[in-house]
Design a protein around this ligand. Structure first.
Ligand code: UP5
Ligand code: MG
Length: 192
């Protein structure tokens, strides 16, 4: 796998901003491989014999960030296993050191979408999803911890990348279709 012909886009935004939802639509239109860092961690947590199971579960339950090495190893493995060279990574990097490590060790990102959403709207979406999701972090107590982590540690990643001019901020409190109507042209411009 050559890094030169590999394209990585980061889809960032607070908990419940709609990262997974928008990525699913981008996959259909632009043939990217979608990797949700959170999904990969949940998968690893449930894998029998995983040495990280308990660590991951505790972090997710507390809304804390899993140590970078674990997440980067999982992402790297997926990238290597895939026969695609276009990747959408959702919910990662979540902390400045992860951004720096990934761009140094794996590949530099081409584009970053930041889904901008108020906590009020995100809370409403997550509580609703929590009625059926079975996610151990979709409860009010954990959601508030996730918001705090996002603001203190993850949002600075967006700020960091702004200097590079790669960040596109997309307001995302409207319907899924309305939000996608803002996201799609950004991709269409770059990846026809
Ligand atoms: N919904 C979506 N868009 C909507 C719209 N426009 N209008 C109305 N409803 C909309 O959407 C959330 C809900 O809202 C859904 O019910 C959807 O239908 C609806 P979704 O697309 O799932 O939003 P998303 O941003 O993906 O929300 P998610 O809960 O997945 O975000 P988080 O960032 O909180 O979760 P993630 O899975 O990325 O991480 C979970 C935990 O894993 C973290 O808290 C952390 O502990 C750990 N983690 C790490 O440690 N490191 C990582 O790198 C990644 C995760
Ligand atoms: Mg998600």
């Amino acid at each position: 796998l050559s890094k030169d012909d590999m394209t990585v886009c980061f889809i960032l935004g607070g908990p419940g901003s709609g990262k997974g939802t928008q990525c699913a639509k981008l996959v259909q239109d632009f043939g990217f491989v979608h990797m949700s860092a959170g999904d990969l961690l949940r998968e690893e947590q449930q894998r029998p014999g995983s040495e990280y199971g308990e660590l991951i579960q505790n972090c997710i339950k507390e809304g804390k960030i899993v140590p970078s090495e674990v997440t980067i190893t999982l992402l790297e493995k997926k990238i290597i296993e895939s026969d695609s060279n276009r990747f959408l990574i959702d919910g990662f990097p979540r902390q400045l050191d992860q951004a720096l490590a990934f761009e140094k060790e794996v590949v530099e990102s081409t584009l970053i979408i930041y889904l901008e959403c108020s906590e009020e709207v995100m809370l409403k979406r997550l509580l609703k999803r929590g009625e059926t999701s079975g996610r151990i972090d979709d409860n009010k107590e954990t959601i508030l911890k996730r918001f705090k982590t996002f603001l203190e540690l993850s949002y600075p990643v967006v700020e960091h990348f702004r200097k590079s001019g790669k960040v596109h901020t997309v307001p995302c409190e409207d319907s899924v279709e309305e939000v996608y109507a803002r996201v799609k042209p950004i991709f269409a411009e770059l990846f026809k």
